[in-house]
Every structure is written in C-alpha cells, then in structure tokens.
Ligand binder design. Structure first.
Ligand SMILES: *[C@@H]1O[C@H](CO)[C@@H](O)[C@H](O)[C@H]1NC(C)=O
Ligand SMILES: *[C@@H]1O[C@H](CO)[C@@H](O)[C@H](O)[C@H]1NC(C)=O
Ligand SMILES: *[C@@H]1O[C@H](CO)[C@@H](O)[C@H](O)[C@H]1NC(C)=O
Length: 396
C-alpha cells in the first residue's frame, strides 16, 4: 500500500473513532436517599437508554457519598432531546412513591439527581409560628404543609413552593371559616401518590382583621353600599406583598428545605386572596412564576385589574403561568364573578397567553363562593400548575 494512502486511511480511522467517541455520551443517574433503614441495594427501571420497566438495572453505591447510588446510561446523538422516564427501587422490589422521574436527554454528558422516597404517603401541616410584619405592623400565624417525602428523605430540597392566602382556611377545620377547610394537604397527598403532580410545599399565610385592605392594591371608593351610601377602602396590597416577599418567604426558607428563586415560587388564593395573587404574579414576575386565582374578586374598583393593571405593567417574561376559575352560582349580581373572570381570561389570551399551556381556566358549574367549593376543585389548579416535569441536568 502506498505510504500516502495508508496515512490517509489512518487519519480516516482516527476521525471515525473520534466521531464515535463524541457521539457516545453518558447520563449519570444519581439517586440520593438518606432514609432509614439504609437500602442494601438500589435498582433503576425506566423506558429508555437501556432501561426497562420489568427488571431493574442495579446501581452502584458511591464510594464517596454513603447516601448516593449511581448508574451511567450511555446515549448517542439520536437520543438527544427525548424524554426518559425512570423510577428507583430498593432491592428492585420496593418502588419509589410518586410520579415517574423524567429527564430530557441532554446534548452532552451530564448527571441528573433523583430524590426518591419509599414509605411515606402523606405530608403534614402545622402552624410553625407567628410572624410580625414591619410593613403592616401586625402579626399573624404561618401554617406550612410539607409533602410526603419531606421527613423520609431529608436530602431533597423542595423546588415547588406555593404561598397561599387565608392560611387558616386551608387545612384545619378548627381554624377554617365556617368550619370547612379546603383540605389542601390530603388533596396534594393523593395527587402526589397517584403520580398526577410533583411534590410542593405550601406556605399558608393567615389573614388578619385587615384582610380587605391587605388583599387589595388600590382604593375602591365604593366597594359596598350601606343604606344607599358608598363604603370605600382597600389599598395595602403592595405592602402585603412586600411582607410576603421580604419577610415570610425568607422566614420560611430558614426553617424548611426550599429553593425559592424563579421559577420555583407560586402564589394562590380565593376571592380577594385570588385578586392579590394574580396581581402579585403580574406585577412581580421575577418572584412569582405561577398564580392560582380561584373565584377572583376581579370586580374590585370597577375591574381595575383588567382595565388598568394588565395594561400598565409589561407582560411577564415567558414561563409565567396563570390558573383562573369561578363558579357560576348564583343569579346576578354575583354569579361568582364568572363574567369578570372571563374578561380577564380573554385579555390574557389577547396578550398572547395560550390556553392549556400557560393559561388555565375552569368553570365550576353550580360552584358557589365559599371554602367548600374551593376545596372541592383544588385538585384542578394543582394538576394544571404542577404536572410532573423534567428534572434539571448538570453538565459533566
Ligand atoms: C444510538 O443508540 C441507539 C440505541 O442504543 C441505537 O439503536 C442507534 O443505532 C444508535 N445510533 C448511532 C448513530 O450510533
Ligand atoms: C403598631 O401597632 C401597635 C399595636 O397594635 C401600636 O401600639 C403601635 O402604635 C403601632 N405602630 C405604628 C408605627 O403604627
Ligand atoms: C387545628 O387547629 C386547632 C385549633 O387551633 C389545634 O388545636 C389543632 O392542633 C390543629 N390541628 C393540627 C393538625 O394542626
């Protein structure tokens, strides 16, 4: 063989090898779990990259971290961008609880961390303490719900954190208005265990006797009439949101394993508590990326949320999500503000929001304006706003 030909052949071989090597990438799956008893073996099942749902691939215990198990999954360019679903099992027999864990196969070698749990099917709520608001000069309890994994696998940091208004109405019949709580905790527990949603931690902020002022961002000169005369009020909403953002969220982050940077924080409520939630997400999108607004009081101050706020503030960046709903009970003038809600939904669509993607709307037929109905349909905003979603990967 002529020398030049053999040279160019070996160059070709080298290039081909390099292509294969560049093409051959690995996704390191890291399972992090510190529950007791410590598992003696860990397996991974899934639907791609060599995994299947019938028999687990056994994972290796990390030599450097007693709580970590790893498995390297090989992939190539043709698999980049596909969705991989997985679940760890203790001893290849005890499945982790909750939704399948998902990852979008990255462009190059990377790792993904999974934080499974295997025993706990329910979360817990408790009143954690009372917090003084320097912004409003008052004090109120904060109730926090931690999801099922929270006490079992303490390596997991919760990335979905939802601030909710009217905290006393959410969990506990003894404190709820009219004795009917929303039962948020048991609804979230069920949805998590069914795999319908990702876990979330709820920070429930109690209302105060100043509720009407705190949940409204403008002064309404005639929000009610008494004996033919207007009653005006409202307008401390910005101070209330300063309290939530500058006091309540940092206070909670000191006590719970949460990550609250965008896009992790959501805000939700009902009635005036919904009005302030939608207002918070529209005016403070760098803080809140999801708003759940149930039976919103969009009638406030001649519908100034729709007529003024949505126009005066620039639309939030991509990634912002809104859930709005109402009932339709009962006859005019209320009808649970069905038409005011539909006007806001229409306005958001005009501004580019897409139904089913970053905008969700539900009409609860026969739904009334009270805790019973909000609790009964609470699963709908949960499944819209917290569907199981792909985990972040770290390039290697
Ligand atoms: C990529 O991997 C898949 C699955 O292992 C395999 O079927 C396919 O032939 C590979 N493609 C290339 C270009 O190597
Ligand atoms: C704060 O509230 C307390 C008790 O309600 C009251 O005595 C005090 O004057 C208030 N302070 C301010 C600055 O309004
Ligand atoms: C519910 O509220 C009552 C009254 O504040 C309290 O005694 C009880 O411990 C609460 N229940 C839970 C589970 O926190």
């Amino acid at each position: 063989m002529p020398r030049t030909l053999s040279l160019s052949l070996s160059v070709l071989v080298a290039i081909a090898l390099a292509v294969v090597m560049v093409n051959g990438m690995t996704l390191q799956v890291q399972v992090l779990y510190n529950g007791t008893p410590a598992p003696s073996s860990m397996a991974l099942r899934g639907d791609g990259l060599g995994l299947n749902w019938n028999k687990g691939a056994s994972m290796s215990k990390s030599p450097s971290n007693q709580y970590m198990w790893t498995l390297d999954l090989a992939f190539n360019a043709s698999q980049v961008g596909t969705l991989l679903q997985m679940k760890p099992l203790v001893g290849d027999s005890t499945w982790s609880i909750g939704a399948n864990m998902q990852v979008v196969v990255p462009r190059s070698s990377a790792s993904v961390a999974l934080y499974p749990w295997f025993r706990s099917k329910s979360g817990r709520y408790s009143v954690v303490g009372s917090v003084y608001s320097p912004q409003l000069n008052n004090t109120r309890p904060i109730v926090v719900y931690t999801p099922p994994s929270y006490l079992e696998n303490t390596l997991k940091v919760q990335r979905n954190v939802l601030v909710m208004q009217d905290g006393q109405n959410l969990f506990n019949a003894s404190t709820a208005f009219g004795g009917t709580p929303w039962n948020c905790g048991s609804t979230i527990d069920q949805l998590v265990v069914q795999g319908a949603i990702d876990e979330l931690l709820v920070i429930g902020v109690y209302n105060t006797p100043d509720r009407l002022d705190e949940y409204t961002y403008s002064y309404d000169p005639c929000y009610d009439t008494v004996r033919g005369k207007c009653v005006g009020g409202g307008g401390k909403g910005d101070l209330y949101l300063d309290f939530v953002i500058e006091t309540v969220v940092p206070w909670s982050a000191q006590r719970f394993r949460i990550a609250t940077a965008r896009p992790n924080l959501g805000i939700m409520g009902s009635s005036l508590g919904a009005l302030i939630s939608c207002y918070a997400a529209w005016t403070r999108p760098s803080v809140f990326s999801k708003a759940g607004c149930m039976s919103s009081s969009f009638w406030w101050n001649t519908e100034d949320f729709n007529n003024v706020i949505l126009k005066d503030y620039p639309p939030p960046p991509a990634g912002e999500e809104f859930y709005l709903d109402s009932g339709d009970c009962c006859p005019a003038p209320s009808g649970d503000d069905r038409f005011q809600t539909l006007r806001v939904v229409g306005h958001l669509e005009e501004l580019g929001y897409k139904m089913g993607q970053n905008l969700f709307h539900y009409l609860d037929q026969g739904g009334q304006h009270n805790e019973y109905y909000w609790g009964r349909r609470f699963h709908i905003p949960m499944t819209d706003l917290y569907p199981p979603s792909p985990l972040p990967t770290t390039p290697q």
